[in-house]
Design a binder for this molecule. Structure first.
Ligand SMILES: [Mn+2]
Length: 355
């Protein structure tokens, strides 16, 4: 990965300053990569005796609370005063797993007016300019970049079991268990190194994937059985979920994690979109295979963006309206933005033969 040596040396020097006080901010609706990187960075700064805190605009989901230090994060939702004070007194803000203040929810205005320096560790395209930027969209995850930074600044020996567990969490979740964005040999060398540093892979997998509630599985089943549709003219699956349904299935944050990926396992489906009605707004989650840039679709119609194969967005409109916009803009997306030479098999063929 291209880590700029000059920026790295400057950061090293900055972190040596005894007056350094650090605010670490993940993106809104933190995922495994954001939470893993926050956990690893906070643990590391603890070990170095630095003053640091993780601030969130919302909450970390329950399925990531086992990560060291994550339960101690300060949420703007229930401790806005503490968040403001910490940001006012800090002189280094770390943007984790995002590259624009717009991904910081209610913390955005505070972060925009931050008076100290800003460090970005991220792997999304089109980052803004900050004082210390470590950003590379070719890398599997923010956690992999953070590993490289730690190894280059302090040496890999500083990584203990809990830091290794946190870093691995980001790598394994952001690649969908090494299925996408994970074809660089380096990613596996980093994982090998984390194993050597004490990574407890079984524990991480158990915590991430084997602590489902029955309701989560029922909701997933409902989505696939009753909600998923496959478009007639495009290789596109859509899963709409209403607020009412979330309540019926006793929804908790994280319960829909990964569901949007499942339709991509259908032969002929190349794009999957989950549309979830939440109290505040309707959220969109896009996934695609190969060269299909769903981040373009999310950016143009849904106030969002992200990676080529995994993006998100949101609209402040009723669910039905959102679905209409999605279906209408599908024509623009597939006709204008998707390579005409892509295979566009009739996804319905496989289904109809069994009807
Ligand atoms: Mn990430």
């Amino acid at each position: 990965m291209g880590i700029n040596k000059i920026t790295l040396d400057r950061l090293k020097q900055r972190l040596d300053d005894p007056s350094i006080k650090i605010a670490i901010i993940p993106h809104i609706s933190a995922d495994g990569d954001a939470a893993g990187a926050c956990s690893a960075l906070w643990q590391l700064l603890d070990r170095l005796g630095k003053e640091a805190k993780v601030l969130t605009c919302d909450y970390f989901p329950d399925y990531l609370k086992w990560l060291e230090r994550i339960p101690d994060a300060i949420s703007f939702q229930n401790r806005p005063g503490d968040c403001k004070r910490w940001l006012r007194d800090s002189n280094l803000l770390c943007m984790i797993d995002h590259n624009t203040f717009a991904r910081e929810g209610d913390l955005e205005p505070l972060a925009r007016h931050f008076r100290g320096e800003v460090l970005m560790i991220d792997h999304h395209p089109d980052p803004i300019n900050v004082d210390y930027r470590f950003s590379d969209p070719r890398v599997s995850s923010t956690c992999e970049i953070l590993y490289e930074l730690i190894a280059r600044i302090w040496g890999k020996k500083i990584i203990d079991k809990n830091i290794a567990n946190a870093l691995y969490t980001g790598i394994v979740t952001d690649t969908g268990g090494f299925s996408h964005n994970s074809s660089r040999p380096r990613t596996y060398r980093v994982v090998a190194e984390l194993l050597a540093r004490g990574l407890d892979k079984e524990r991480v997998h158990d915590c991430l994937y084997q602590r489902n509630s029955p309701w989560r599985l029922r909701l997933e089943g409902h989505c696939l059985l009753n909600k998923m549709t496959i478009e007639e003219h495009y290789p596109l699956a859509i899963i709409p979920v209403s607020l009412q349904e979330l309540e019926t299935f006793h929804f908790k944050d994280g319960d829909l994690e990964g569901v949007v990926n499942i339709p991509l396992t259908i032969d002929g489906v190349l794009v999957s979109v989950q549309v979830t009605e939440r109290k505040e707004r309707v959220k969109f989650s896009f996934r695609s295979k190969g060269e299909i840039p769903v981040n373009d679709w999310a950016r143009r119609f849904f106030n969002g963006g992200g990676h080529r194969n995994a993006a998100g967005g949101q609209l402040d409109l009723p669910l039905e309206e959102c679905l209409k916009i999605l279906r209408e803009s599908a024509a623009w997306f597939f006709d204008q933005r998707v390579d005409k030479n892509l295979p566009r098999p009739d996804a319905r063929a496989g289904l109809q033969s069994r009807e």
